[in-house]
Design a protein around this ligand. Structure first.
Ligand code: PLP
Length: 459
């Protein structure tokens, strides 16, 4: 009941709980104490300001009672304790999703990263105690797997391209087709990279057609490299032609000019899953005879973010000797994760153990059965099973959907936002036809049990 007499604000404020009472509440146990106390103070400060401003004469327990305030503190504490880089569920159907971390690592790679997180052998030989090169382990695995004489690893493939051009072709000419002067994304454009690397770019051919003779005519004493850039994120259809890598390599050998291929994605799997049969394989580029080939570690290879350069040992040693190498080199965690991933290709079963490949190898009928099972467990939420299309992602094969199955929930962007924001582990989905699609291709087997509870918690 409201009193008709105005009360002094101080009496009203005394009706609020103390910081201690809030921060010691049972439901806030387990969170860091300093974090809880800080957020409790903030919530109380706000409650005081609101009370004073409202002109109310009584404390409304629904707003300022201990339970309500503890609830507000809990929300703040949870938000403040959450790392920006936290784990999420990928139900988008896009296997290599740049926004949520491209390739999920193999269990062996995660273990290797954890093991290397303290002191670890990075660039020292444990037998002699002498300094060696940090990529030796990775380089020898790549040599075994691909039959190349040299290998180098840097932070990403963009760095590998930049470093290779800077080290080998600064002040020299690099010949490239006008059809391959691509933008990879994030402002990384081939002509700009060439300029940054101080190469003289010699463009040949036309946007849609370039012939071997165009390259042939462009070769001069100043020519250092013939460059081929894989069309990862676009496709030219119609009246179109481009010399093959093998043709370029034959020309290069004849005229003593090295060929450098930016392959983009590093598909090492052999056999290749059906869904990737159109993808370029690193092995084929090596077999074509290219002196230098670079690719990402976190696309179809399925490892940590890095850029890998393989090929001729002497040229790779020259790339390594460039001062920029020091700025681009990888840390121990990346090298440990990459080494463990490559070991799977040498000794294990990549289609089972490398999650990227395992997801891309899954049969649509298996996905349909999983979708039906998930829909049953989401009983009461209006879930339906539909055929859907999944994608490799990260620029690979944008025009080639891979058949999949999804569980579809009613509601569009708002439901998708709640699944991202309010689920205990954020769930990323796809919105189409004003519905939320959870694609089974990218939903990890180990998440599938809990995802039902997480979806229910968010909706
Ligand atoms: C993806 C891609 C890159 C960039 O690789 P990052 O590892 O993301 O730096 C460069 N070139 C091509 C052709 C690509 O597909």
């Amino acid at each position: 009941m409201r009193s008709t007499k105005p009360e002094p604000a101080s009496r009203l404020l005394r009706g609020l709980p103390a910081v201690d009472a809030l921060s010691r509440d049972e439901s806030l146990r387990g969170w860091p104490v300093r974090l809880v106390v800080r957020e409790a103070r903030r919530v109380l400060d706000e409650a005081r300001a609101d009370l004073v401003a409202s002109g109310d004469e009584e404390v409304d327990p629904a707003v300022c009672g201990i339970d309500a305030l503890v609830g507000r503190v809990a929300v703040r504490v949870r938000a403040a304790a959450a790392s920006q880089h936290r784990r999420v569920v990928n139900a988008t159907g896009i296997v290599l999703h740049t926004g949520i971390g491209r390739a999920p690592l193999a269990a062996a790679a995660k273990r290797a990263i954890e093991d290397a997180a303290g002191y670890a052998i990075v660039e020292v030989d444990p037998t002699t105690g002498q300094r060696n090169q940090r990529e030796e382990g990775v380089a020898s695995l790549l040599s075994e797997l691909l039959g190349v004489s040299g290998a180098l690893v840097v932070n990403n493939n963009a760095a590998a391209v930049h470093l290779t051009l800077s080290a080998l072709a600064a002040g020299r000419e690099v010949v490239v087709s006008r059809g391959e002067l691509v933008e990879i994304g994030g402002g990384f454009r081939m002509p700009d990279v060439m300029a940054e690397a101080c190469c003289r770019m010699v463009e040949v051919g036309a946007t849609n057609r370039t012939h071997l003779r165009d390259f042939e005519r462009a070769i001069r004493p100043d020519t250092e490299l013939l460059l081929k850039v894989h069309p990862s994120n676009y496709r030219v259809v119609g009246f179109h032609s481009m010399p093959s890598l093998a043709e370029l390599c034959a020309l290069g050998k004849q005229r003593s000019v090295a060929v450098f291929e930016d392959l983009g994605s590093g598909l090492l799997a052999d056999p290749v899953p059906v869904s990737l049969q159109h993808e370029a394989r690193v092995r084929d580029s090596v077999a074509s005879g290219a002196e230098l080939i670079c690719f990402s570690g976190d696309k179809l290879l399925g490892g940590p973010q890095c850029g890998i350069l393989v090929g001729d040992a002497d040229r790779i040693a020259a790339v390594r000797a460039h001062p920029l190498y020091r700025a681009f080199r990888c840390d121990k965690l990346t090298l440990a994760g990459l080494e463990a991933t490559l070991r799977i290709y040498r000794d294990g079963d990549p289609l089972r153990e490398v999650p990227t490949l395992a997801m891309l190898a899954r049969d649509p009928e298996e996905l349909r059965a999983d979708a039906e099972d998930l829909a049953v467990r989401l009983d009461g939420l209006g879930a339906e099973v539909r055929a859907s299309e999944s994608f490799v992602g990260s620029g690979a094969n944008p025009a080639r959907p891979i058949p999949s199955f999804a569980v579809v929930l009613p509601g569009g962007d708002r439901t998708a936002r709640r699944l991202r924001r309010d689920a205990p582990v954020p769930i990323f989905t796809r919105v189409a036809q004003d519905r939320v699609w959870l694609d089974l291709r990218t939903l990890h087997v180990e998440d599938r049990e809990q995802v039902v509870a997480w979806i229910r918690a968010a909706l």
